[in-house]
Ligand binder design. Structure first.
Ligand code: PEP
Ligand code: MN
Length: 342
């Protein structure tokens, strides 16, 4: 439920509405606006009987919101969320396009530091690398796990770069959050609700990947779990969805970028590596995502993709990534000019 206050409503009127909501066993969320204040109501699991609110001074309109998500939607939070990642690196709103790059998996100290120093030199602010790897086959490389997390922490210090890594189980969240800057919830865990709640209790930004077969409503509802626990810093990541098509690893659903930007205030980035599974398609699709308005791009890059322990065929060589970054920066400038021209 959303209570829109009249523009002439006083602080006292607003406080009274909030206290009635609280007395109904629900939670008020103030939604400041340029013209008027609105108050969102959360905590209900179905229709809310609005009789106790009717007739209170200062109320312009009571809107019953029936969406599966509230905190994530623009009804409750009209302006863009800007997520602070560390230092002056931000994602969302009018922040510069966020570039995240690195290997699929942390494989060794040498591999990680080489990649981190290369990215640092290019000015890429965030290094990605999986330590806990969700692999389809139990016979595939499962990641270095705790050792991988320690390597990320070491390389983060040494190279002075922010790091993001995936957490797969709720028990690991607290320990991993102490060592890295950003947590990732992978596609396969998008509906691991205990994991979502656990990352929601941390103060770390979370990259929430879209599930392999998740609808936009399911994806945004998963983000809602994180926000409801008190963590507002969620970045959505489109990484392709499962369709009948097998020519690409997944089907890149770029239409969700403008669609989600209209429905939600959260930043949204695109992962062309998992979306396509093919190195030759990564750069064109990364550029396409910039055109659709993505707030950032996350790309797999490896010092020696031919010998990578996971996702080598979709990982860019350093020189390819360097070229992509140049193209992204040029395109970002072009898009900015285009917007300024109205
Ligand atoms: C990843 O980014 O390392 C990953 C496993 O991707 P996804 O969860 O999108 O498959
Ligand atoms: Mn991968």
């Amino acid at each position: 439920m959303l209570i829109v206050m009249h523009h002439s409503a006083t602080d006292k009127d607003i406080a009274k509405v909030k206290s009635v909501i609280t007395s109904m066993g629900l939670k008020p969320v103030a939604i400041p606006g340029a013209e008027r204040t609105a108050i969102g109501v959360i905590g209900n699991q179905g229709w809310v009987e609005d009789a106790p609110l009717k007739g209170l001074k200062g109320i312009l309109e009571i809107i019953h919101v029936t969406k599966a998500y509230k905190l994530v939607g623009r009804d409750f939070h009209p302006s863009d969320t800007v997520v602070r990642l560390g230092g002056n690196v931000k994602a969302g709103g009018k922040s510069p396009l966020l570039l995240i790059a690195g290997p699929c998996a942390v494989e060794s100290r040498e591999q990680l530091i080489k990649t981190a120093l290369f990215l640092k030199e290019l000015g890429v602010p965030v290094l990605r690398g999986g330590a806990y790897k969700p692999r389809t086959s139990p016979h595939s490389f499962q990641g270095l796990r705790e050792e991988g997390i320690d390597l990320l922490a070491e390389v983060k210090r040494e190279a002075g770069i922010l790091v993001v890594t995936e957490v797969m189980s709720p028990e690991h969240v607290v320990a991993v959050a102490e060592k890295v800057d950003i947590l990732q919830v992978g596609a396969r865990n998008m509906q691991n609700f205990d994991l979502l709640k656990e990352v929601g209790k941390t103060r770390r930004p979370v990259i929430l990947k879209r599930g392999l077969s998740a609808t936009v409503e399911e994806w945004l509802s998963s983000a809602e779990y994180i926000l409801l626990e008190g963590n507002p810093d969620v970045i959505l990541c489109e990484r392709g969805i499962r369709t009948f098509e097998t020519a690409t690893r997944n089907t890149a659903d770029l239409s969700v970028i403008p669609l989600v930007k209209a429905a939600s205030h959260l930043p949204i980035i695109f992962d062309p590596s998992h979306a396509t599974g093919k190195r030759s398609l990564v750069s064109p699709m990364a550029l396409a995502a910039v055109v659709t308005g993505a707030h950032g791009v996350m790309v797999e890059v490896h010092p020696d993709p031919e010998h990578a322990l996971s996702d080598g065929p979709q990982s860019l060589h350093f020189r390819e990534f360097e070229e992509l970054q140049r193209q992204i920066m040029a395109l970002e400038g072009f898009m900015k000019n285009l917007k300024e021209q109205g």
